[in-house]
Every structure is written in structure tokens, then in C-alpha cells.
Design a protein around this ligand. Structure first.
Ligand code: CA
Ligand code: CA
Length: 176
């Protein structure tokens, strides 16, 4: 595991109560977590997970007009245990630049049928610029020993997609 990776065993509250209140009031000031300002996950599609064990994930992100030098984690949640397992998304090049597509191969595994969900988390820590990150596209592939399967595709993210330090991007809930 790299220095920025993280594992936890507890569940944490997804959205603070005050943000729900802000969302209910109709203010569009805070787009993150507010589903009323526009239709979230309009372009999203879930696909079946493989019947073989998942040996790694390929995560493809498209950054909008706000890039970041902060640490972005890819986290999975399994049906067989609580908490989440996270790995830092990082390649040899400068990731998450403005209007850039990045491809990450993530060394996380899951038994067949055990994947419950995944999400992205901004851990902050930017050296240059700021931590705020705007994601506009996300594709996740599950790789097995012999094949690769797209399990989630969201090519046009327009809501709740400005992710600052400590915030997460949660995809549409998939019935896996
Ligand atoms: Ca990098
Ligand atoms: Ca930024």
C-alpha cells in the first residue's frame, strides 16, 4: 500500500444533516450532495459484475475545467465486511489536469459477487494549485484473470461533481 492509501472498518455518515437542509431549501450554492439542483447520474449506467473474482480495477476519470493536484482515492465497499478499502489514484504523469482523461489501474481485489459499491474521495494535500476537483466523466472496469468488464459508465456528470478536500463522489447506486 502507498502512503495515501486507507482502510477502515466502520461506517460513516454519508451526507451531513445541514447539507440535506441546504438541499431541501433549494439553494444551488452547494451542488455537492444536492440532488434537487439538477438530475444526478442522468448519463450513468450500471453493468453486471463478473462471475469470476475481480483481480484489479481500471478507473477512467475525465476532469472538467477545475483540475487538482490533491490526492484522489478510489474506494470499494464489500458485502462481506464493513467499511471501505481505498487506494490512491496516481500515475507517473500529472493526473487530474483540466480537461484531461486519466486511466488508473488499481490493485484492489474482490471475490465473485462480493462487490457492493465504490466511490471516489478527495484527500486533499495539493502541492500546487488547490484541492478542489471537478469530475465530468467516470468509467470503471472490473478485471479478472482472463477478461475485463465495464461495470459502471457515466460519461456526462453535471451534478454534485465539484469535490473538495474530504468530500466524495458517489456514483449511481448499482444493484450488484
Ligand atoms: Ca501522478
Ligand atoms: Ca482545482
Amino acid at each position: 500500500m502507498g502512503t495515501h492509501d486507507r482502510e477502515s472498518t466502520g461506517r460513516k455518515m454519508r451526507i451531513p444533516w445541514w447539507m440535506l437542509a441546504v438541499c431541501a431549501s433549494g439553494l444551488s450554492l452547494l451542488s455537492a450532495g444536492c440532488e434537487s439542483t439538477c438530475t444526478t447520474h442522468r448519463s450513468a449506467a450500471c453493468y453486471d459484475t463478473p462471475v469470476e473474482p475481480i483481480t484489479s480495477f481500471r478507473v477512467v476519470t475525465v476532469t472538467g475545467d477545475d483540475g487538482t493536484d490533491g490526492d484522489i482515492l478510489f474506494c470499494i465497499e464489500l458485502k462481506s465486511r464493513g467499511g471501505d478499502i481505498c487506494r490512491s489514484l496516481d500515475t507517473a504523469v500529472d493526473d487530474f489536469r483540466q480537461n484531461q482523461t486519466d486511466i488508473f489501474d488499481v490493485g484492489l481485489t474482490a471475490d465473485a459477487g462480493d462487490l457492493d459499491s465504490f466511490f471516489l474521495e478527495n484527500q486533499g494535500g495539493a502541492t500546487f494549485g488547490n484541492n478542489e476537483w471537478k469530475i465530468v466523466g467516470l468509467t470503471v472496469e472490473a478485471q479478472t484473470a482472463t477478461d475485463s468488464f465495464v461495470i459502471y459508465d457515466e460519461p456526462g456528470i453535471t451534478c454534485g461533481n465539484v469535490i473538495d478536500t474530504g468530500q466524495t463522489y458517489r456514483p449511481m447506486r448499482c444493484a450488484w
